[in-house]
Design a protein around this ligand. Structure first.
Ligand SMILES: [Zn+2]
Length: 301
C-alpha cells in the first residue's frame, strides 16, 4: 500500500528537479505550443494578445518585467514581430538579441511559402511578409518542427527534463495527428475551392486543406485596399470565388463592401489561439476554423 501511495505521490509531483522555466512567447499560438511541450515545467506568457492588428502590439510595463526575468523568448521570427525591436531596446539584455542565449526563433526549421517575395524594406511600414509568409503556424503539420525546436530550446535550459518534454510532445503529436485526420476528412469535399483572404494569413492553411487563395483584399500585407484595387478584386471574384476569409480584427465595413459587390460569403476565421472562446488551444483553433469553413463552403455551393 505504502509503495503504491509513494508512487502515486511521485506521479503527481512536478518532474525531476521541479524547476519551472519562465518562458515568454510572442503569440498565444506559441504559448500554447510551449505549454504542450513544457507541461508543468514551464510558465508561459504571451506578449501579444490573441486578437490584435496583425503585427502591431503595445506592451504593458508588467510584460517587460516578465520578459526581463524570463529564461527564454520564443518567437515567430521573419518580420512577424516588428514591435520586438523596440522591446529589445528597452529590455537591453543581450540574451534576447537575435541569436542570443535566450532567443528562440521557431521559424528556422519551417519550409516557408512566398520566400521568393522581393524583399521590401520596413520603412514603408511594419510586416510586409518580406522574408516569406510568417503565418506558418496555421498549417497544423508545422506544429511538428515548431515543437521540436521548442523541445530543444527547453531541454537546453533544463537538460534533466528532456524526457518529460519528449513524452509531452509525443502525446501532443498523437492528438495532432488525430485532429489532422478529422480536419482533412471534413475539408475533403471542398478541395480546390477558390477563396479570397483579407490579410494574407492563410496560405499554409490553404495548402494543407486544398483551398486556393486567389487574391487578398490588402494589395500588400498590412496595406489597406484602395477603391481601384477593390473594384478590380470584386470584378475578379465574380468568376467562382464564393468565400471571403476575414479575421476578427478585419475592417468589417470593407469586408461587407467586398461581399456585397462580389456576392461572396464572409467567413471569420480565428488566426490565433484565444481569438475565439472555442479556440482555447492549438487543436481547437483548427476545429473552429475547419468547421466554419466547411459550413460556409457547404452552404455556398
Ligand atoms: Zn501577415
Amino acid at each position: 500500500m505504502l509503495g503504491a501511495l509513494a508512487l502515486a505521490l511521485l506521479a503527481a509531483a512536478p518532474a525531476q528537479g521541479g524547476g519551472v522555466l519562465d518562458v515568454v512567447a510572442t503569440s498565444t499560438d506559441l504559448k500554447a505550443l510551449v505549454e504542450a511541450v513544457g507541461g508543468d515545467r514551464v510558465r508561459v506568457e504571451s506578449l501579444a494578445p490573441a486578437l490584435h492588428e496583425p503585427h502591431a502590439v503595445d506592451l504593458k510595463p508588467g510584460q517587460l518585467a516578465r520578459l526581463k526575468s524570463a529564461a527564454l523568448l520564443v518567437r515567430v521570427g521573419l518580420d512577424h514581430e516588428p514591435w520586438l525591436a523596440r522591446v529589445r531596446a528597452t529590455v537591453n539584455d543581450p540574451r534576447f538579441a537575435p541569436g542570443g542565449a535566450a532567443d528562440l526563433d521557431v521559424s528556422r526549421n519551417i519550409d516557408l511559402l512566398q520566400s521568393e517575395t522581393p524583399r521590401v524594406t520596413s520603412d514603408r511600414g511594419p510586416h510586409v511578409h518580406g522574408f516569406g509568409n510568417p503565418h506558418y503556424w496555421l498549417d497544423p503539420v508545422n506544429a511538428r518542427p515548431i515543437t521540436q525546436t521548442i523541445l530543444d530550446g527547453l531541454a537546453r535550459l533544463a537538460p534533466d527534463a528532456r524526457g518529460v518534454f519528449d513524452r509531452n510532445r509525443v502525446r501532443f503529436l498523437e492528438r495532432l495527428d488525430a485532429g489532422l485526420k478529422r480536419w482533412t476528412d471534413t475539408m475533403a469535399p471542398y478541395r480546390g475551392a477558390r477563396v479570397v483572404a483579407f490579410h494574407d494569413s492563410w496560405p499554409y492553411f490553404a495548402r494543407r486543406f486544398g483551398l486556393v487563395v486567389v487574391a487578398t483584399v490588402e494589395p500588400v500585407p498590412g496595406v489597406p485596399p484602395t477603391p481601384a484595387s477593390l473594384a478590380a478584386l470584386t470584378a475578379g471574384m465574380k468568376a467562382g470565388v464564393r468565400i471571403l476569409i476575414v479575421e476578427p480584427s478585419t475592417s468589417r465595413a470593407v469586408a461587407e463592401r467586398v461581399a456585397a459587390s462580389s456576392g461572396a460569403r464572409v467567413v471569420t476565421l480565428v488566426p490565433s489561439v484565444g481569438g475565439d472562446a472555442e479556440a482555447r488551444d492549438y487543436l481547437t483553433l483548427f476545429d473552429v476554423n475547419v468547421r466554419r469553413l466547411a459550413e460556409a463552403l457547404g452552404g455556398a455551393r
